[in-house]
Design a binder for this molecule. Structure first.
Ligand code: ATP
Ligand code: MG
Length: 428
């Protein structure tokens, strides 16, 4: 026997004992999205690398050093998706979802891949849920997307755990104006910049504000304010968003240092942050990206959206709710011999047909009764149904509660459902 193969660094298995946390989040996501008229879209995990180079931008952490890219046997350059906005826009263009100034509201859920330094809350395969709207300019659809996320927090019991931060990057002209002032400020403080920031100073200076290096926080704090460089139209846009949020009762903070890690944003950007997860405090992030469709070769179309990190949200939910027990199965069938197993399989089928909500586990291999009862207890089932030699001969079934002290009763096979329903389990 060779050594066991283990999973790779920074990617994780989600085990059966934890899957209910995921289902809880996923079900709430589905319900909330449908409540706002958003429809699910599933795009491939594998895309042409070019898609991400053109959308995310060459001078970003993701494209510079985090993508899993390779050349396949045909010489095609492919990448595992590091995020899903670019893929959604690609699919929307490809399938005509943007034609004739249509509006599309879509959402997605799935794994993303970035070759980051693995640590708590930061993985190399992680899961995102996202919402995107195409074809709607202006601040009110941004408000809708924020309301949607706020409703999700409420459903998950996280209202008090997260805080909304917003900022405006303005138009590309506003950004150009701001950029030149920022560059001259950063040049004045060049000795305080780390290597990454020095490099970005020439390639993509706004990104300096997005640094994760604590040693840079003073320089960043003293930088000129982006909001001072908005034109009238951009300022009105941002103010209308704020008054919509206020009227809908959504609290927010303006964070003038908030720039998103990707290149394609304009006007509104926002993040939901928490102080409950250590340094990986951003649980959801988004903004407007009107320039992206053009960058990807289609006519300009308004776009806006957000993505949340599922692991971080699940961790927050777990902190709030404490350890939750996985759902409990209803019935475990203890079956003494081969004849009993076959008879038990048939009975289990009848039960599942009559009560599709009940979960029935059959012990499918011949083994001692004592060890089967141990398995039944371990399964946390409510009731054991027992078929041994006598039961096979007499056409009966033993029923025993695994929760309360009571003797095993023996009932005719035709009566099993009736007795289960009236004495042991609630019909679903
Ligand atoms: P961060 O600032 O934490 O690096 P980001 O700006 O790179 O985040 P986005 O690309 O906007 O993140 O992704 C949206 C959300 O996805 C993040 O707010 C976070 O919750 C989650 N996320 C991003 N990268 C990771 C990762 N490597 N592992 C786990 N979750 C992640
Ligand atoms: Mg990042």
């Amino acid at each position: 026997m060779g050594q066991a193969v283990k999973s790779i660094k920074g990617v994780h298995d989600i085990l059966p004992d934890n899957i209910h946390n995921w289902h809880f989040l996923e079900q709430n996501v589905r319900d909330v999205m449908s409540g706002y008229g958003y429809r699910e879209m599933r795009t491939p995990i594998l895309e042409k690398s070019e898609l991400f180079h053109r959308s995310i931008g060459e001078v970003t952490d993701i494209v510079e050093k985090e993508m899993y890219s390779f050349e396949d046997l045909n010489g095609d350059h492919l990448s595992l998706r590091p995020e899903n906005t670019a893929s959604c826009v690609r699919a929307a263009i490809q399938h005509g979802l943007l034609a004739n100034n249509q509006t599309s509201r879509i959402w997605y859920l799935g794994p993303m891949f970035r070759r980051e330094n693995p640590q708590a809350g930061r993985y190399r395969q992680f899961w995102q849920v996202g919402a995107e709207v195409y074809g709607v300019p202006g601040p009110y659809v941004e408000a809708e997307l924020i309301l949607l996320s706020a409703r999700l927090w409420e459903r998950l019991g996280l209202n008090d755990q997260v805080e909304l931060q917003i900022n405006s990057l303005g138009t590309s002209e506003d950004r150009d104006n701001y950029r030149s002032e920022l560059v001259s400020y950063l040049n004045d403080h060049i000795s305080e910049l780390d290597d990454d920031s020095k490099r970005r100073l020439t390639t993509n200076p706004l990104r300096v504000l997005d640094t994760k290096n604590p040693a840079m926080s003073n320089v960043v704090a003293g930088a000129p304010n982006m909001l001072d460089h908005l034109c009238d139209e951009s300022r009105e846009h941002f103010e209308s968003l704020q008054s919509a949020l206020q009227q809908c009762g959504i609290a927010y903070q303006i964070n003038t240092r908030l720039v998103r890690g990707l290149d394609y944003y304009s006007h509104t950007v926002f993040e939901w942050v928490t102080n409950k997860l250590g340094s990986q405090g951003t649980v959801c992030a988004g903004g407007r990206y009107d320039g992206l469709t053009e960058q990807l070769g289609a006519k300009p179309t308004p776009g806006v959206g957000w993505a949340l990190g599922m692991e971080r949200i699940i961790e927050l939910v777990a902190q709030q709710q404490g350890e939750q027990n996985p759902p409990e199965p209803e019935i475990f069938m203890v079956l003494a011999n081969e004849q009993a197993i076959v008879s038990g399989l048939a009975l289990a089928e009848q039960i599942r047909t009559a009560e599709p909500g009940w979960s029935v586990t059959c012990n499918c291999t011949v083994s001692g009764m004592k060890s089967q009862f141990k398995k039944a207890d371990k399964s946390r089932a409510h009731v054991a149904l027992i078929i041994a030699e006598d039961e096979v001969t007499n056409g009966t079934v033993g029923i025993k509660s695994l929760r309360r002290q009571a003797d095993q009763q023996t009932v005719a096979r035709e009566k099993v459902l009736e007795v289960l329903r009236s004495e042991f389990l609630n019909p679903q």
